[in-house]
Design a protein around this ligand. Structure first.
Ligand SMILES: Cc1ncc(COP(=O)(O)O)c(C=O)c1O
Length: 383
């Protein structure tokens, strides 16, 4: 198909947005990025969405927007991908870990409250596996911080489209960070975004992703531009944004498929003698990025590694999310006293297994996973 280079034809995906979005020859950040941002904000209920080149870059931007200084602390969960905690280090702050709830595996607000210090400047929760954290309880903890209320941030890399108490991810925390990596609910190839209701913060984030430059290329009248603060090249490209806009049109279908499959897993595995399931708060409608189970090791004569390898040998693509952040060599060196101090996350890690789950998965695939689990756990049943 030949595309008119400068026609007034609007693409279907752009038709609903106010930003001009025509067939264009833009490759890097052009009109499709703001069109995608508008659509993303509209779908989440946040006032502003600022797209980034990855979820990690978006986390860096979110941390930088808090104006943290060396010595400041950010409280987070150990049961996450390392990028969550790394973001605090990028801006010179220290991540501090609060343990998770043994049933939901989400950061425990009581543990967050107990870990608050005079240096805590933010709480960064993670919507592990796609279930939103308990932001209401975290907000109460944040409001009680000794120096006055501190911001609550959501690492929502897993939870785009989820709700808690009827409120959508993007409206639950002061700042919400998305990952748009291919493994996630919705993808731009690589990508991320920060959602916020604060126009000033959104403007900061737009500069931060573009070298700290105050005017975007499309808005410049001549060669002049002002770099007003230190920033990075964390731009999303138009090519990626176009993919994101087309993916957004399918978000509800992706979520419906994941929810249906998760319900099928939960029905098939409820009460399984060798497994516990992640508890879901009745107020939450998770996005089900991951479906994790916890092995009942007391009933098995094998550890998680043996079960993992046996399932892999059956052709089942199991995985483990996550090695707790503080157990990675870098974090062990940096905080040597932490091992053993986060017992719930550490014990959960020994038992965790992630089962395959993706929007295009068939019932037959899922039933194969359940059958393989039955075969392997039975083979390793403790007598
Ligand atoms: C919880 C969490 N936070 C942050 C990230 C980083 O996102 P990205 O891979 O888009 O940089 C990931 C990605 O796996 C994640 O799972």
């Amino acid at each position: 198909m030949t595309l008119p280079p400068d026609s007034s034809v609007r693409e279907p995906a752009c038709a609903a947005t106010a930003t001009p979005c025509r067939w264009s020859d833009w490759l890097t950040t052009g009109p499709r990025v703001p069109a995608f941002e508008e659509a993303l904000a509209a779908s989440t209920g946040a006032r502003h969405a600022v797209a980034f080149s990855s979820g990690t870059a978006a986390l860096h931007g979110a941390m930088a927007s808090l104006g943290l200084a060396p010595g400041d602390e950010v409280l987070t969960t150990p049961l996450t991908f390392a990028a969550t905690a790394n973001a605090a280090l990028y801006v010179g702050a220290e991540p501090r870990f609060a343990d998770v709830d043994p049933a939901t595996l989400l950061v425990d607000p009581a543990a967050v409250g107990a870990a608050l210090t005079a240096r805590t400047r933010a709480i960064l929760a993670v919507d592990y596996a796609g279930q939103p954290a308990d932001y209401e309880a975290l907000r109460a903890v944040a409001d009680g911080a000794s120096g006055g209320p501190i911001p609550v941030l959501a690492d929502a890399a897993h939870s785009l489209g989820a709700t808690r108490g009827g409120r959508a991810v993007g409206t639950l925390a002061d700042l919400t960070v998305l990952s748009l990596h291919p493994a996630k609910i919705l993808t731009t190839g690589e990508g991320g975004a920060v959602l916020t209701d604060d126009a000033g913060r959104a403007a900061f984030l737009r500069r931060f992703r573009n070298h700290g430059i105050a005017t975007e290329l499309a808005a410049r009248r001549d060669w002049t531009y002002a770099m007003v603060e230190l920033g990075y090249n964390y731009r999303l490209t138009d090519v990626m944004a176009a993919l994101g806009t087309s993916q957004l049109a399918r978000l509800e279908a992706f979520l419906a498929a994941r929810r249906r499959l998760a319900a099928r897993y939960r029905e098939a595995l409820a009460g399984h003698w060798a497994l516990d399931l992640q508890a879901v708060d009745p107020a939450a409608a998770p996005a089900w990025h991951l479906f994790v189970v916890l092995l009942r090791l007391d009933r098995l004569r094998a550890d998680r590694a043996a079960i993992y390898h046996a399932l892999r040998a059956e052709g089942i693509g199991v995985n483990v999310h996550y090695i707790p952040v503080h157990l990675h060599p870098y974090y062990r060196d940096r905080y040597p006293a932490l091992e053993g101090r986060l017992p719930v996350a550490e014990a959960a890690y020994e038992r965790l297994l992630t089962l395959p789950l993706y929007a295009a998965m068939t019932d037959r695939d899922l039933d194969d996973v359940v059958a393989a689990l039955a075969k392997v756990t039975t083979a390793y049943r403790a007598s």
